[in-house]
Design a protein around this ligand. Structure first.
Ligand SMILES: Nc1ncnc2c1ncn2[C@@H]1O[C@H](COP(=O)(O)OP(=O)(O)OP(=O)(O)O)[C@@H](O)[C@H]1O
Length: 615
């Protein structure tokens, strides 16, 4: 497999300058991160840029000084060594000082760069995560966007600084080059031309190959993501149990290796082409250097140049060539960094749904929850809910019953506004859910989903996440844990509410499935003001006694609230005020337990089936 032809074969310079549009933003980002360090970088760059030419010029003065001192010393009738060497030694001292200053500037550059790298990496990562927090659930489920996010996280946090470093590096080399040119032009403008022409081919090839590298990186991000996924499955405690029992290590490792082999083959092809062309075209640069070398030597022998000038021109030409090729490589590297940054900004600029709702109170307080002819399909999929209508008032409980995949959880996702209905509308207290402020809506709902999160945090914090205002409030944790029946086992733990949960961190304690479920249940009870409580299969992992207890308490706490319950156990469902039987997204039966039994339809059949199982 290789990248599609259209993706790899664009002309080397096409769009080349267009991608520099992100340089300004990267500079802005660094400026925002630390003005002082950016100014420091600029100063050190200037010093490190100008001083090499000054050093070369002083070098010329030294050589010429030595030659003339040798002459005068040997010709003198009463030679005084000290007098002859003093001026030259002074120059040597100045040269040493310049070299020390260059070293200082370079240390300054690298110190500031490494500090900025840390600050900037953190800043960009925070930007990426903040953006992730503002994306909707459906955006998260879009694999394109997920690829973009993965690419951004893998690379882009280091790229802005790389871009800025290269910009400053370019500036430094440009300054050096400018000052070398001033010296070189005095020898011949043609020498300058030779310098430039010799370096151009390498630059063009670098530009082409860095574009290819980026396209390759972008094109294969799904495979890279699969690799990251396999790494996670093979090396994380929550999946390792199953991997071991099914003996999946070999299978998954093979797939992991195969992806690597395929990606590596492409990398190798590109690297070999890039380096071979780099070498061949680099030879042109070497050739031009030795042409210029010979020219300077001839001029010196012919007596047009002094020995000092010869040394200076050779050094200037050599260093000038290095500065020029470094500048050109920096430019093509900047091109590459810009391409990566374009990915970061594409991700950061993903449109997010504007928060339009502002209501904190509905038009008909106390009206409760209404679904009016609601239908829904996931992006790009067929309808999973059809024409759902229901009304739930405060103090009522509703149970949803149906086969796997019938749409029960989806209904809850709509109710919690994680998705919007594709048709119809949902009203809370007489106002469309879309018109409610997110904050008010979140405060009114307490939900636990069947795939609740097991945070690798302390027990208390695992409860506290249920209400960020009371995240650290131990009293509230205790109260919620009592309601969710988790207090018993929590108080028996060595560090009580401060016990670390999970296996990721030191002294972490793992809980049983049922205990985790009680934690999640208690978390829902943290929402003191919530008047819509949703439990999506909250007791599947609990024993029968615990389940009976959970529901006794649930009824007690939700007597004046709207309670919605999804369960496959009829013993829990039967006491609900209203039971909806959902089949392939349609409500096929509705009523109380007794009404539905009398109807002798699907509910009655399923109930009798389950009851028979217990006999
Ligand atoms: N994020 C999603 N994107 C696309 N389709 C989805 C998504 N989540 C669920 N579905 C599909 O929607 C349908 C309803 O799923 P839902 O999770 O609502 O069922 P459920 O009744 O809660 O099932 P269960 O009893 O197994 O929990 C299923 O066919 C499922 O494949």
């Amino acid at each position: 497999m290789s990248p599609p032809a259209s993706e790899t074969s664009s002309s080397p310079l096409s769009g080349f300058f267009g991608v520099f549009r992100y340089s300004r933003r990267a500079l802005g980002l660094v400026w925002e991160t630390s003005r002082w360090m950016m100014l420091g970088l600029a100063l050190c760059t200037l010093v490190a840029g100008v001083l090499p030419a000054v050093a070369a010029w002083v070098g010329q003065l030294i050589v010429d000084g030595v030659v003339s001192a040798m002459g005068t010393y040997q010709a003198a009738s009463d030679p005084n060594l000290l007098v002859s060497i003093t001026p030259v030694l002074q120059l040597v001292g100045i040269e040493a000082l310049i070299i020390a200053l260059i070293a200082l500037a370079q240390r300054g550059l690298s110190a500031q760069q490494s500090l900025l790298r840390a600050l900037l990496g953190q800043k960009v990562n925070v930007m990426i995560l903040e953006k992730a927090g503002s994306l909707s659930l459906s955006q998260f489920e879009d694999s394109e966007l997920y690829d973009q996010l993965t690419r951004a996280r893998r690379e882009a946090s280091t790229r802005p600084l790389a871009l800025v470093n290269k910009t400053f590096g370019l500036l430094q080399n440009a300054i050096s080059l400018g000052s070398f040119s001033v010296l070189l032009v005095q020898f011949s403008p043609w020498a300058l031309m030779i310098l430039v022409v010799g370096a151009l081919p390498v630059f063009i090839s670098e530009a082409k190959f860095s574009g290819d590298a980026f396209r390759l990186f972008r094109w294969r991000s799904p495979q890279t993501r699969m690799q990251i996924y396999l790494e996670t499955v093979l090396a994380r405690e929550d999946s390792i149990k199953e991997v071991k029992l099914f003996g999946l290590e070999g299978l998954f490792l093979k797939r992991y290796r195969d992806i690597f082999t395929q990606l590596f083959a492409e990398d190798r092809r590109l690297t070999l082409r890039r380096e071979s062309w780099g070498f061949l075209l680099g030879l042109l640069g070497t050739l031009t250097f030795y042409l210029a070398y010979s020219w300077v030597v001839i001029e010196t022998i012919a007596g047009t140049l002094t020995l000092g000038q010869m040394t200076m021109y050779l050094m200037v030409f050599k260093q000038g060539q290095a500065a020029l090729s470094a500048s050109l490589t920096a430019i093509s590297g900047m091109y590459e960094d810009n391409l990566y940054l374009s990915n970061l900004y594409e991700y950061l600029e993903q449109p997010v749904e504007a928060e339009t709702g502002t209501l904190a109170q509905g038009a008909l307080p106390g009206d409760g929850l209404r679904f009016e002819h609601v239908s829904f399909s996931y992006p790009g999929g067929a309808d999973v809910l059809h024409d759902i209508s229901l009304h739930l008032t405060p103090g009522q409980s509703l149970a949803l019953v149906g086969e796997n995949g019938s749409g029960k959880t989806t209904l809850i996702k709509l109710l919690t506004r994680l998705y919007h209905p594709t048709q119809g509308r949902i009203l809370l207290d007489g106002s469309d859910l879309r018109d409610w402020s997110t904050q008010a809506l979140r405060e009114r709902t307490g939900v636990i989903f069947q795939d609740f999160v097991r945070y690798q945090l302390q027990v208390g914090e695992n409860l506290g996440v249920g209400d960020t205002h009371a995240f650290n409030d131990e009293q509230r944790w205790q109260q919620a844990a009592r309601h969710g029946m988790a207090d018993d086992f929590i108080t028996r733990m060595a560090s009580g509410y401060q016990t670390q949960l999970g296996r990721w961190f030191k002294n972490g304690q793992e809980l049983s499935g049922g205990q985790w479920q009680k934690i999640a249940l208690s978390r829902a009870y943290m929402r003191e003001n919530a008047d819509i409580i949703v439990l999506d299969e909250p007791t599947a992992a609990m024993d029968a006694a615990a389940e009976a207890d959970v529901f006794a308490r649930f009824r007690e706490h939700s007597y004046n609230k709207m309670a919605i319950l999804i369960s496959h156990r009829f013993s829990t469902v039967r006491s609900a005020d209203l039971i909806l039987v959902i089949d392939q997204g349609h409500i096929i039966e509705r009523g109380t337990h007794d009404e539905l039994l009398a109807e002798n339809g699907r509910y009655a059949k399923l109930f009798q089936l389950q009851a028979a199982g217990y006999k």
